[in-house]
Design a protein around this ligand. Sequence first.
Ligand SMILES: [Zn+2]
Ligand SMILES: [Zn+2]
Length: 332
Amino acid sequence: MKACLLHSPAKIETNPLDYTDVPDPLPERGEVLVRVGACGVCRTDLHVVEGELRPRKSPVIPGHQIVGRIEKLGPEVSHLRVGDRVGIPWLHHTCGVCEYCRAGKENLCNAPTYTGYTVDGGYAEYTTAPEGFVYPIPESLTDEQAAPLLCAGIIGFRSLRLSGIEPGGSLGLYGFGAAGHLAIQVARHWNVAVYVMTRDTRHQKLAREMGAVWVGGTVDEPPAKLDAVIVFAPAGEIVPAALKALKKGGTLALGGIYMSPIPALNYNLLYQERVLRSVTNNTRQDGKDFLRLAAEIPVHTEIEVFPLREANRALNLLKNDAIRGAAVLQVS
Ligand SMILES: [Zn+2]
Ligand SMILES: [Zn+2]
C-alpha cells in the first residue's frame, strides 16, 4: 500500500514524510482492517513529526483522525462487519485494568497505545484498530467532513466539558484552528457567548463568520471577564493573558498535548479560586457523546482537502496557521 512514513523526526520545512510503498497491515486478534477514505491532519501529528513528542515507534505512519470502511476482520471480532464505516481516533487502546481505566478515566490509562504515534496511523491506504475503539460515523457526513471530528472535535468537546462552561455563560478561545472552529459550534448551540483570541487574520475572519461576539489578537484583552477559557494554541506565553481574562472562580483549560514553557506566573493571576488544568486524551464516552451531538446540531466542518502524497504540504500550512478550519488527507 501507499503510506507516508516518518523515519525520524525533523522540522516539517524539510518535508520529512516519505510517500512510499509499505506492506499492507494485517488485523490481529480483535482488530479490524480498515481501508482509509480520509484522514484528518492534527497539530499533534506536527508534534510527532517534529519530535516534540518523544519518538515511540520508528518508522511510524502518523494520522489519528481516520474514516474508512472495514475491509477484513481479524480473529474474534464480534460486533463489526465487513463494509461498516468507522472512525479511528487517537486513543488506540487502553489496558482496561489499571486504576484509571477501572475508575472510568481511561483517557489517563497507565498503558495506552496511540494511533499514529505508538502504532501506525492513517496517513496510509490501510490501517488496523481494535474493534472496541472505533466509532460508527453518521452517514450524513462524508469521510472528509467526518475526519476532523475524531480528534479536533472530540478534544474540543472534552475541553468544553472540563472548562465548566454552562449555557448562557461567556467563553474565551485562544487559537482558532480545527478544534476551535468545532468547539465554537457546540458552545453556540449551548447559547454561550464566545470570544476568540488568535494571531492569524484568516482565523480571525473565520471566527467572526462563525458567530464569535468578539475577536482579537493573541494577547488582546477581551472587553469582559469570562466564565471559562480554553487555550488550543501550543504557546505557553498565552497562559498569563488567558488567566487575566478569567472571572473569579473561572477555569482555564489547556487543550493541547504539547505546549512551550509557561512563564512564571504572579499568584494574583490564579488567586480568587481560578483553576488551571490540562486536557488529556478523551474517553470513549466523550467520543460517543460528541459524535451524537455533532449529528444533532449539526456541526459543519470547514475543510481543506489534500491528496495523501501532499501530507508534508498540509502540515507546513498547518504550522503557519494557513489552514481555514481543518486539513484533511483524501486517501481513497
Ligand atoms: Zn488502563
Ligand atoms: Zn489530534
